[in-house]
Design a protein around this ligand. Sequence first.
Ligand code: SF4
Ligand code: FE
Length: 487
Amino acid sequence: MVLMTGTEYIESLRKRQPLTIYLMGQKIENPIEHPIIRASINSIALTYDLVHNPDYHELMTAKSILTGETINRFCHLHHSVEDLQNKVKMLRLLGQKCGTCFQRCVGMDAINAVYLTTYDIDRKLGTEYHQKFLDYVRMAETKDWTIDGCMTDPKGDRSKRPSEQANPDVYVHVTERRDDGVVIRGAKAHQTGAVNSHEHLIMPTQTMRKEDSDFAICCAIPADAKGVTYYYGRQSCDLRRMDETVEGDVDCGNPVYGGQECLVIFEDVFVPNERIFMNGENEFCGRIVESFAAYHRQSYGGCKVGVGDVLIGAAASIAEYNGVLKASHIQDKITEMTHLNETLYSCGIACSAAGQKTPAGNYLVDILLANVCKQNVTRFPYEIARLLQDIAGGLFVTCPSAKELNDPETRKVIEKYLVGADGVDTLDRIKMLRLIENLTMGRAAVGYLTESMHGAGSPQAQRIMISRLSNIEEKMKLAKTLALVEE
Ligand code: SF4
Ligand code: FE
């Protein structure tokens, strides 16, 4: 059993066959050394390194239910309510450490969803997907893989079903069935950490009807499989990573860590039988989507809270640098940020605490509470970010470039006029302002804000689930009973 370090993880990426990656008009030959991509790799590397830190080892690892061995928790099939809660705690920790999206959770959520779904399919239809999937998870645990959980198809015309699309490739689907496997074609959008993964675990994106059966495919392929192309997503302020300043990458705000989203294209990719976990069983697409979404909506009650902790810390730090930390209105705003952030955490913990064992044996979060968690995540981070911008003052968007600090003449001017409270280094003040820009408007804002809105499903997707699970009839009965209404 391997528990890789961050360095070993990066080395393992180098061992893949060359990937085809397009980033800002260029074909990237060496993704690992590319400054934009490297920052996102650094974030995932943390999920490996913290395992070897005695303070975090217990939280970052789990006992495999398949082998009994100690494994990285990101490869774990949750086996108790405590496991579910520890997952949330681990994601909060990582959000605190990198201040952005560390990408590896999608695969953890995907293996748990596919595990319980393949069990259900086999039980009902007598297929043999579950055993094949167990072998796959065992391999993932042994090799300590980062898996990209691949769910969201580009979807084309949203008013049409997959089989009605003029261009069927806007959904991943089977184009050929052979004795030894299938050939798939299509694309997945918004793929978090796709270039940094060892594997893609492809799942259907929505419920499918009988006529959409070719789109009801769940399978795994290596990230370097033949026929896979990556189009790297641009993010706000990404070129800051290409800047060099004497003082380091001050203008990046978060010089070391970043997130990653890609459009991944699959052009006639062959998948052997042993890596196919659903092949046309359209009636089980809903189960896979609903459980994956629930796990990933739970995740946001951890990772976004950890990044929220960084925003709160940045608010207090810039207030300190400005000499206003003790002002009552600042304290009150920081208290409000904390209240909002801990409310999100409470939701993450609550949906875990109310989780239950599935027939397959792993644990699934409470689906209603996980959807409530994510619905709050579509709102509260925006308010937390607003309060941070309020406390920071306007300088985080008007501050001159750190390059001005390279020239002693201009540096003198910057240091004279952008000075803060007594004893505060002007450069430290600028670094904090750039971090605030990064978190609320720059690259990390993709992870903290837009992803809070749309990741794991846009707000309406949660509202549909909340309305479906809210049991209004029962609540009407309660009210009528108390009012002594007899119907
Ligand atoms: Fe993990 Fe959060 Fe990024 Fe999703 S958004 S991959 S849960 S860090
Ligand atoms: Fe996400």
